[in-house]
Ligand binder design. Structure first.
Ligand code: SF4
Length: 225
């Protein structure tokens, strides 16, 4: 009974995901009653807006991102957009936090960055070579049981790039959670070139696109993942 009550209470929580008008974008219609634009106190909205004004780092990044979007909308690949963004924020030293499974893609990306007069520095996820059991991960959770298997080490990836004083860091295929740790420990702003999805060829949206049929299981509750 308690669970049922909790579920129905949660159903009453409306967010932007429930919104059918998305009126904050063009203001061509009306805001819904539960709107997160009209429902947010002015002081909070003003504080956020202030971050984009002036010449601070956030403001420069916001303007650079908008300039890349507005100039090249739908015409540049993400690889190229990262270069365009780096140029606009004055980033020369580009750190790359790469997954071992995507090292070949990283090697190509390094060539692309060099061809565009940027300075890349790549650090592999397995850097430091610490066996999983050393941090309390049981052998049974290794991909290849009984073998030496290094942890992904996003904290060290970030520290090495921090020491190198990268201007912008790019994630190439870090795992879910390892990417969170990397972002938490990175001094430089972080963007993502490749979002790892081992099943869909690194296209996580594919599972959502096909959730009406092939990936129906995504919508099943109680899967205990
Ligand atoms: S901010 Fe308001 S209008 Fe915009 S998507 Fe959210 S609920 Fe809809």
């Amino acid at each position: 009974m308690a669970t049922k009550k909790k579920v129905s209470a949660e159903k009453q929580t409306f967010t932007c995901a429930s919104c059918g008008v998305l009126n904050c974008y063009r203001r061509a219609g009306v805001f819904p009653s539960f709107c997160l634009t009209t429902g947010t106190p002015d002081a909070l909205k003003t504080r956020a807006k202030r971050a984009y004004l002036g010449n601070g780092r956030d403001a420069k990044m916001a303007r650079a991102a908008a300039e890349v979007e507005g100039t090249y909308y739908g015409r540049l690949t993400r690889v190229e957009e990262i270069i365009a963004f780096a140029n606009r924020i004055g980033a020369k030293k580009i750190g790359i936090a790469t997954c071992i499974g995507l090292i070949e893609e990283t090697r190509v990306f390094v060539k692309v960055l060099k061809a565009n007069d940027l300075k890349p520095y790549a650090v592999l996820c397995k850097v430091g070579s610490v066996d999983k059991t050393e941090i309390g991960i049981p052998d049974s959770l290794k991909v290849q049981k009984g073998s030496y298997e290094a942890i992904c080490n996003p904290v060290l990836q970030a520290e090495l790039l921090n020491q190198w004083k990268s201007d912008l860091n790019v994630i190439v295929g870090l795992c879910v959670g390892h990417d969170s740790l990397f972002i938490r420990h990175s001094d430089a702003p972080v963007t993502t070139l490749i979002t790892k999805d081992r099943v869909t060829g690194h296209n996580p949206a594919a599972a959502l696109y096909t959730s009406g049929f092939y990936y129906k299981r995504l919508l099943e509750s109680g899967r205990n993942l």
